[in-house]
Write a protein that binds this ligand. Structure first.
Ligand code: UDP
Length: 380
């Protein structure tokens, strides 16, 4: 018998399972609908030895030492600092847009003047939100803000979300600020790395514990049911704790409607060449139907005459057809989520954690941090 059941073998589920199994020394049953662990971090080596991220590029970065140290128990790392170029007017410039991008795209005298004005207002190295920059009174700075908005954010966001930057949660566009320095890294966190043998290797080690029993190809509704404040497992009342990391609306049979998500169609291509592009990721805000191309060999170098890339085509999430990738925040969806949370509150032994269960745009490190907190607050 198990006192703990976890639905989902992604990062959130794996952290919760590992903590319960190791720190509490309790047995845990993990059920996972897919035929693999690791959720959307899932990666695998292809026939050329190249590690491919099946659900798009996942780059680990964090300022939380505790998260980095915790994960380091399960993996060695390859230190890796992600660099992204944007194809703007046919030129490749650093993204996030920084002082180098400005110098490469605008005439020299203009960019010198803009740089001076920017640095009068903000300290060197500041990370400014594009929508904040658009509020500037100075006509030169407004010109610059409008230029970056049109060249970097508008069309990319229209493709990615089907909405304009000002129509989506500012936190989302704030992930990619305007950077007032020449630092051309995508992230500036203290710890930046990829697991040496991939995320699946790392998460596999977390789940490889004598107290953990993993069942793949098993949907939660084959095993358990929520009814009138009680959880039933195979027909009997379950008095242990259920940690659910799947979609909260699905758990409650979409009673208040579906929480919407954006999805991506990942199209992989193998090419007979050593390298396809000069950076790990190139964004195409204004051209093509995909948003970006990532070449995996940059993340995990391997000697091969071939290379593999992925193009990301944004689309709506359709249940059963594609994956739920990004929550779409509006007043309405936040309200719907709150109503689902009220339903969940009737179940004392139900614990919700992760991107889908909490309907949050979490990064991987946020998920680990959150799961460790939830373990301490709700399980210990
Ligand atoms: N974004 C953009 N242009 C870019 C890169 C990002 O407009 O070249 C916006 C877009 O709205 C995107 C958001 O910033 O959804 C966050 O981008 P990020 O690269 O963090 O997205 P993720 O890697 O999580 O898909």
């Amino acid at each position: 018998m198990f006192n703990y059941i976890i639905v989902g073998a992604g990062l959130a589920g794996a952290v919760m399972a590992e903590r319960i199994a190791d720190e509490l020394d309790e047995r845990v049953l993990v059920i996972e609908r897919r035929n693999h662990i690791s959720g959307n971090c899932y990666d695998e080596r292809d026939e050329n030895g190249i590690i491919i991220h099946k659900y798009g590029p996942h780059i680990f970065h964090t300022d939380y030492r505790e998260v980095f140290e915790y994960l380091s128990r399960f993996t060695e790392w390859r230190e890796y600092q992600h660099r992204v170029l944007g194809s703007i007017d046919g030129r490749l410039v650093p993204l996030p847009f920084n002082l180098t991008s400005m110098r490469e795209l605008l005439p020299e005298s203009l960019s010198r003047r803009l740089e001076e004005k920017l640095l009068e207002k903000h300290p060197h190295g500041a990370r400014v939100h594009i929508l904040e920059l658009m509020e500037e009174d100075d006509p030169d700075l407004r010109f610059l803000a409008d230029y970056i908005y049109r060249k970097v954010f508008l069309n990319y966001t229209m493709k990615q979300w089907g909405l304009k930057p000002e129509e989506i949660d500012p936190e989302v566009t704030g992930r990619v600020p305007v950077v007032l320095s020449n630092d051309d890294r995508y992230f500036q966190d203290t710890y930046q790395a990829v697991p040496l043998r991939g995320y699946t290797g790392m998460i596999g080690r977390m789940l490889d514990h004598p107290n953990i029993k993993l069942m793949l190809n098993t949907s939660h509704d084959e095993v358990l049911e929520l009814r009138d404040g009680s959880i039933f497992v195979m027909g009997s009342e379950f008095r242990g704790k259920l940690v659910f990391t799947g979609k909260i609306d699905e758990l409650f049979n979409y009673r208040y409607g579906e929480l919407p998500y954006r999805s991506l169609d990942f199209r992989f291509e193998a090419h007979d060449m050593e390298w396809f592009q000069e950076a790990a990721t190139i964004n195409y805000p204004n051209n093509y139907d995909y948003t970006r191309i990532t070449e995996f060999k940059h993340l995990h170098p391997v000697r091969s005459e071939r290379t593999v890339i992925v193009k990301e085509y944004p689309c709506s999430h359709v249940r059963g057809e594609n994956e739920a990738c990004y929550p779409i925040f509006t007043e309405e969806t936040r309200e719907m989520y709150r109503r689902y949370l009220e339903l969940a509150a009737d179940y004392d032994n139900l614990v919700l954690v992760g991107r889908l269960a909490e309907y949050r745009y979490y990064d991987m490190d946020d998920i680990v941090k959150r799961s460790l907190e939830v373990f301490r607050e709700r399980i210990l």
